[in-house]
Write a protein that binds this ligand. Structure first.
Ligand code: HEC
Ligand code: HEC
Length: 278
């Protein structure tokens, strides 16, 4: 009897050390892969993040009527968010409001309402653990009121049990990864999710020139409907299209490269369900 109990305990210990992810590990995984926070918030060389400066402030988005720079989100008290509480960070991620009451633009907060409460806590814990780096970014300029748009399906947190279903998990990941924010054309300053989700066509100026987001709907002629899963995976994780051409920024290929295979498969399974747009 005693031996059975001891054996069961041993098996349980092995299983939990092999699979358990601490909240910090989970937060690091989400922030540094699918959510690509550092793709906007880290200074870029080129080619890579400037060593030791991760999360200390990054890309400038000079898109009239707005001119904003992704701020320093390290725990530096003066130039970062070291004085923000966990509740402050959550409010920014979910309600798009800073502690001083100011809303923000560009950051895809309209996609984060779907986050599982546990994942939200994990993200906040990880962000608060980022070591301080001093770097002040320019203050934002807003010449029009900020519009906040919620991605359809991201109005409320997903149920934890839904994550066992591959399609639901794929939708969850593609949502918090804001794929459709870049891959949907804008009408009147907001993405037209209702009519053109995934149709592509947004322009992104950068060091690479101007890249145009592509059609990633299931259209066989204009989208990725005729691509194999391996071709889609290569595009997402290596930035190489079906014909072998190199893809440019701002998509965070090198971040997605560190996703688990199961999570990538789930995202691709969900992409297959996006109605074709020609
Ligand atoms: C597409 C680029 C982009 C992504 C992805 C992004 N952000 Fe941001 N973030 C911004 C920009 C730009 C601002 C400032 C906007 C403004 O000033 O109106 C900002 C603002 C913030 C702020 C407010 C800081 C301050 O000093 O006011 C925090 C905190 C933050 N982001 C955290 C995150 C986290 C955590 C993630 C990932 C879960 C993330 N961001 C993903 C672009 C991005
Ligand atoms: C920050 C904006 C942005 C985000 C976020 C983004 N993409 Fe992209 N994506 C682009 C742009 C721009 C291109 C085209 C680059 C080029 O032409 O050089 C592209 C290209 C692609 C391609 C290649 C399509 C083709 O026809 O060559 C695929 C597939 C793709 N993205 C899927 C995704 C998925 C899935 C996600 C979410 C996990 C995602 N993208 C997130 C901007 C983005």
């Amino acid at each position: 009897m005693l031996r059975i109990v001891a054996l069961t305990a041993l098996v349980w210990m092995i299983a939990s050390t092999a699979y358990a992810e601490t909240p910090l590990e989970r937060g690091s995984y989400l922030v540094n892969t699918i959510m690509t926070c550092g793709n906007c918030h880290s200074p870029k060389g080129p080619p890579a993040v400037v060593a030791g400066k991760d999360f200390s402030g990054g890309l400038r988005f000079n898109a009239p009527p707005f001119d904003v720079t992704a701020p320093n989100i390290t725990s530096d008290k003066e130039t970062g968010i070291g004085t923000w509480s966990a509740a402050d960070i959550k409010r920014l991620l979910l309600a798009n409001v800073r502690p001083n009451g100011m809303p923000i633009v560009v950051m895809p907060t309209g996609f984060y309402g779907i986050l599982l409460p546990g994942d939200l806590d994990a993200i906040v814990a990880y962000v608060q653990s980022i070591k301080p780096v001093r770097n002040k970014v320019p203050d934002p300029i807003y010449k029009l009121p900020v519009k906040h748009e919620t991605f359809p399906g991201a109005e409320k947190p997903i149920k934890a049990s839904d994550l066992n279903d591959e399609l639901a998990r794929g939708f969850y990941l593609a949502t918090i990864g804001h794929c459709m924010e870049c891959h949907t054309p804008m009408v009147d300053g907001v993405e037209d999710f209702a009519h053109a989700m995934g149709a592509g066509g947004q322009q992104f100026p950068g060091p690479w020139g101007i890249s145009v987001s592509r059609n990633i709907t299931s259209s066989k002629t204009k989208g990725i409907g005729a691509w194999t899963d391996a071709e889609v995976k290569r595009a997402i994780t290596q930035g190489i299209d079906k014909d072998g051409n190199k893809l440019n920024g701002p998509m965070g290929y090198s971040y997605y490269a560190h996703m688990t295979d199961a999570d990538l498969d789930a995202v691709i399974a969900w992409l297959r369900t996006v109605p074709a747009k020609e």
